[in-house]
Design a binder for this molecule. Structure first.
Ligand SMILES: Nc1ncnc2c1ncn2[C@@H]1O[C@H](COP(=O)(O)OP(=O)(O)OP(=O)(O)O)[C@@H](O)[C@H]1O
Length: 545
């Protein structure tokens, strides 16, 4: 035991620990930097870059680290690169770690829901902003456990540096054991040192996971609870909001959230609108006919592989007009909306929104994704998705206020004010600090609608906004659409199966089947006296449901 304790504190072995740590840290940092580059290359639009990154991964994952260390130390000098043993070992470890770290990064980036990326694009966020604000924060959270594993594995792999005579822990333990023949005590002591190092990595991982855990209260609140628990005579359980100063962002406990989720959140009472907003169909149609064209689709053709999804669509929507897109599943409604917003490309035809062709310059040449995003924001076209697509790591407040700051450039104060106003109008002011996963589907879609209308778009596209909801939640979402968009006079194209709502708010119904507009006309006329047999069949099947 005494010998074991003696070796545990022996400077010769502790120096070895220092070398082990040095190689591990350098190898991991180098691997991280190279891993980011490799992951970016693999995710890039340019195929050649992805091929180079793949080839690198095949070589460096497929050959033993020990050979890579020997290569860096003995072969690089032949081409004029002479490295010290520590530098060669660290470089080899970094080269070896890079493809593993790149795969972790790539998998976690790809793991972020694509719908959130579409939502970011639809809000006018550039690819860099989407990566920074949406993808990276979520990917980093989910990659921590895998990176922790990688750090432990790098620490253990650093022992291979002994092959190029780096005086790290394993080499020093072996040398000491050869000299003293006290194998058991020495290897037991060095094993314990490795355990302490890997244990420290595990602790760091736990702390990072705790700090990044969205369900935990922010550190300030945690500290407050901790201090209160220390004060004698004070109850340990402190209500989450008790004592919170004004402006505190204190998410309620998860348990509170799940209870609150089940509580209905009624919309605030309707503020009566001036009489001029009356909906006499004939007068309204005459008024709309004089408005500017908001969306103009001409001869649109779009295919996925051999399947033609939109086949010569012509559609004009005027400012303030509400158009309901009806049609059976697979008729191309979502694709049409995504094309209008340039979330999809197409083969033939033109689409102009607010007089501009999204995604192309005046000569018809395609713009970069960044310029397309900026154009989307300046034209003012918002979109609401079937699956809500709220940013999962942001609260309801940040889902609305964030894009206002990042895209429209509003100050935090102005963005928060606009957000507060919208949350009040959708009856969710008290849920401002809730994460999307702590909101019901109806509440999430209400927030998503508020987020889409927050930048005051001129055109709003809604892709089956209620079809992912339980029937009892549909009404509240339709009411929010009516209040935030219809009554505000936005030009809207809404794909929906809600016939009553379509009849109520739409000026015109466009019926799509097999990628072709088979019938269109005033909402009342199409719903009460459709002329095309496909429309008749569709409407009767919907009414039967
Ligand atoms: N990314 C894609 N790749 C291949 N095919 C696709 C893709 N997106 C849609 N499609 C196909 O295009 C057709 C039209 O799909 P779309 O989602 O536009 O229809 P929809 O009318 O909106 O249907 P629903 O009412 O069920 O949402 C379908 O046959 C669908 O399978």
């Amino acid at each position: 035991m005494d010998l074991f304790l003696h070796y545990l504190g022996m400077p010769y072995l502790l120096d070895g620990v220092g070398y082990t740590l040095l190689i591990t840290v350098l190898g991991l940092l180098g691997g991280l930097v190279m891993g980011v580059v490799l992951a970016a290359m693999q995710l890039s639009r340019f195929r050649s870059m992805a091929i180079v990154a793949r080839a690198y991964a095949i070589v460096f994952r497929g050959t033993p680290l020990i050979l890579q260390m020997v290569f860096c130390y003995n072969a690089l000098p032949l081409i004029g690169i002479k490295l010290s043993a520590i530098s060669a070992a660290s470089l080899a470890l970094a080269l070896n770690e890079a493809p593993f770290i790149a795969e972790i990064l790539r998998a976690n980036v790809l793991g972020v829901e694509r719908g959130q990326v579409s939502a970011g694009q639809a809000l006018g966020m550039t690819p860099a902003a989407i990566m920074r604000r949406i993808i990276a924060p979520q990917a980093i959270r989910s990659m921590v456990p895998a990176l922790g594993n990688e750090a432990v594995s790098a620490l253990k792999n650093s022992s291979l540096a002994s092959v190029v005579a780096v005086q790290e822990l394993t080499l020093r333990s072996t040398q000491l054991a050869s000299a003293t023949f006290d194998f058991f005590s020495i290897f037991f002591a060095s094993g314990l040192m490795y355990l302490v190092l890997t244990g420290a990595i595990a602790v760091i991982q736990i702390v990072v996971e705790m700090l990044l855990d969205l369900d935990r209260p922010p550190p300030r609140e945690q500290l407050r609870r901790f201090l209160r628990a220390l004060v004698p005579g004070r109850p340990e359980a402190v209500p989450a909001l008790a004592g919170a100063g004004e402006g505190d962002v204190t998410p309620p406990d998860v348990a509170d959230e799940s209870v609150a989720e089940r509580v209905a959140d009624p919309l605030p009472p309707v503020v009566p609108k001036p009489a001029s907003v009356g909906r006499d169909p004939a007068a309204r149609a005459a008024r709309l006919a004089g408005n500017n064209i908001a969306v103009e689709v001409k001869g649109l053709r779009k295919s996925y592989g051999a399947q033609t999804v939109l086949d010569g669509i012509d559609l004009t929507v005027r400012a303030g007009e509400v158009v309901a897109l009806l049609g059976p599943s697979g008729s191309g409604k979502s694709t049409l909306l995504r094309c209008i917003n340039r979330l999809e490309g197409w083969e033939d035809g033109t689409i102009r929104v607010g007089g501009q062709s999204l995604g192309t310059d005046e000569n018809g040449r395609p713009l970069s994704p960044r310029l397309t995003a900026q154009m989307r924001a300046s034209v003012g076209v918002g979109m609401v998705f079937q699956q809500f697509n709220l940013f999962g790591h942001l609260t309801a407040r940040e889902n609305i206020a964030g894009p206002l700051r990042w895209v429209q450039g509003l100050s935090r104060f102005d963005a928060d004010r606009r957000c507060r106003d919208l949350l009040e109008r959708i009856g969710l002011a008290h849920r401002a600090d809730a994460l999307p996963r702590h909101l019901s589907g109806g509440q999430q879609q209400r927030v998503a609608i508020a987020r889409a209308v927050a930048p005051a778009p001129t055109v709003l596209l809604l892709d089956e906004p209620t079809s992912a909801l339980d029937p009892e939640l549909v009404g509240e979402v339709l009411e929010v659409i009516r209040r935030l968009a219809v009554e505000e006079g936005l030009a809207m194209i809404i794909s929906t199966h809600q016939l009553r709502f379509a009849g109520d708010v739409a000026d015109r119904i466009v019926f799509l089947s097999g990628g072709v507009i088979v019938e269109e006309g005033p909402a009342a006329q199409i719903l009460s006296a459709p002329s095309h047999p496909l429309t008749v069949r569709f409407l009767s099947s919907m009414t039967a449901e």
